[in-house]
Design a protein around this ligand. Structure first.
Ligand SMILES: Nc1ncnc2c1ncn2[C@@H]1O[C@H](COP(=O)(O)OP(=O)(O)OP(=O)(O)O)[C@@H](O)[C@H]1O
Ligand SMILES: [Mg+2]
Length: 453
């Protein structure tokens, strides 16, 4: 379901030759055409699908001059889909009738015989305008959270994050579906927002949905929306996340935890590129870029039969893996400074940095909760700090997590631990680390290999 689908235009006219001429003209411009010969059939089509524009004749066989059938049809179309632009066609350049139609909500009119260029110009501009109106209406329905959210600052200087930044820059602008993997708190949500921000969809909504947290009963309605009366609590029509994300990006978080029945429903929508609101048979098309994320080992979930392989293939056109913070220690200081600045502003404190002990504690700690945990530790420290600099004790880090107990480790583990720690202290500079440990460079590199560093 990537890429913008062709615009679908409904033509309603009782003359086969007119339909054929319009079909040829509009098809050559890349539009998709559906033609009907009566007002009843036109209404049925609008009830069944969404269109980008309707081109409607005012006069049909039953009553060839008054235009009443056409005007009635216009009114009925508007009740089904108030945002669908209707362009009127009149046979006798009956301007009065055309004006009446426009007073009643038609967007423009063409008189037959038409001029191709003028007709195409009208169609193009009305589709564009309606697209903007539709997007605006959806925007109004979006939740508060989305408003005024600043662009994400993705901080990453480490070598381990370079492939991540490269992928974001390279595939971000495309429409490819992206799966982001990584432990809790490694920044999957932030990377999803960054991808959206560099894409051509940036001006359109970024909608996220926590797939792991949707109870069985609300899953479909949350994703696809519902119409009034679809179930007891459905007091009104409501757009689902797919619809809210129209033209933009849908971020499906925690996809590793979706039950089988729900996986099937998503897959079906993705395969068709279409969906229906719960309680409605009207299909809607989804022009949505999908980004999903999980902290599970999704390949293992597939192997265990808990996650559908066909669904995974739809989602992971591109896969981005975020390394845990302990594997990119060079980023810790920069991130800590970033969070410090943020929280100092927020709490209006006079803290300017970390003292040496605090800096060391940040470097040594294992960060099982990754960047999120770092953020919280810094927030706490800003609140606790009494002087200008944060001290190690302000951070409240659990010492046990920073240094594993030596007497529970094998000699090899101790060596590996020591090498890692020294490397981190030397900002990843292997020559310096080897020197500090009193090892020759080749001996040091042999050990790096041995411990997979
Ligand atoms: N590289 C980064 N630069 C700046 N802030 C970051 C970075 N990575 C993560 N953060 C911040 O850390 C916090 C956690 O990140 P995020 O929510 O994106 O993680 P996650 O991987 O989605 O976690 P979870 O799996 O728990 O949902 C957020 O406040 C985010 O803004
Ligand atoms: Mg997240």
């Amino acid at each position: 379901m990537t890429g913008a689908p062709a615009h679908r235009i409904l033509i309603a006219d009782d003359h086969a030759d007119i339909i054929e001429a319009l079909r040829l003209l509009l098809k050559s411009e890349g539009y998709q055409i559906e033609a009907v010969k009566s007002p009843a059939a036109a209404l049925k089509a609008v009830e069944a699908r969404d269109f980008s524009l309707a081109l409607v004749d005012l006069n049909y066989t039953r009553d060839t001059t008054s235009g009443k059938e056409g005007l009635d049809l216009l009114a009925r179309i508007q009740t089904v889909d108030p945002t669908l632009p209707v362009v009127i066609m009149t046979a006798w350049a009956n301007v009065e009738l055309a004006v009446e139609a426009m007073r009643r909500g038609a967007k423009d009119f063409v008189s037959k015989p038409w001029e191709n260029l003028r007709l195409l110009a009208i169609v193009r501009s009305q589709i564009e305008l309606a697209g903007a109106v539709r997007a605006y209406r959806r925007l109004e329905q979006e939740n508060q959270l989305l408003r005024g959210r600043p662009g994400p600052a993705l901080i990453a200087q480490s070598a381990a994050m370079r492939p991540v930044l490269e992928l974001v820059a390279r595939v971000g602008p495309s429409d490819a579906n992206v799966l982001i993997t990584g432990e809790n708190g490694t920044g999957k949500g932030l990377v999803a927002q960054s991808i959206h921000a560099v894409s051509s969809r940036a001006a359109h909504p970024f909608i996220s949905v926590n797939m792991g947290g949707l109870p069985e009963g609300v899953f479909e309605s949350e994703l696809f929306g519902h119409v009034r009366g679809a179930f007891t609590d459905a007091k009104g029509d409501r757009a689902g996340r797919f619809e809210l994300a129209e033209g933009g990006t849908l971020f499906m978080d925690e996809i590793g935890n979706i039950p089988a029945a729900q996986q099937a429903k998503i897959l079906r929508a993705l395969e068709r590129g279409e969906f229906e609101r719960v309680g409605s048979s009207r299909t809607m098309r989804a022009n949505v870029r999908l980004i999903s994320a999980t902290n599970c080992d999704i390949a293992a979930e597939v192997a265990a039969g808990r996650f559908r392989q066909d669904l995974l293939f739809r989602l992971n056109t591109i896969q981005i893996h975020l390394p845990p913070l302990r594997e990119r220690r060079e980023d810790i200081e920069l991130l800590a400074q970033h969070f410090l600045k943020m929280h100092v502003e927020r709490y209006r404190k006079q803290v300017t940095g970390f003292d040496e002990g605090a800096a060391q504690a940040l470097r040594d700690y294992a960060w099982p909760g990754n960047v999120r945990e770092l953020n919280h530790a810094v927030e706490r420290a800003v609140l606790m700090a009494q002087g200008k600099a944060v001290r190690a004790s302000d951070l409240g880090l659990n010492a046990a997590a920073s240094s594993p107990k030596l007497d529970e480790m094998s000699l090899e583990e101790v060596e590996g631990f020591l090498i890692k720690k020294t490397l981190a202290r030397c900002d990843g500079n292997a020559r310096k680390a080897a020197e500090l440990l009193g090892l020759s460079r080749s001996a040091f590199y042999r050990r790096l290999e041995k411990y997979g560093l």
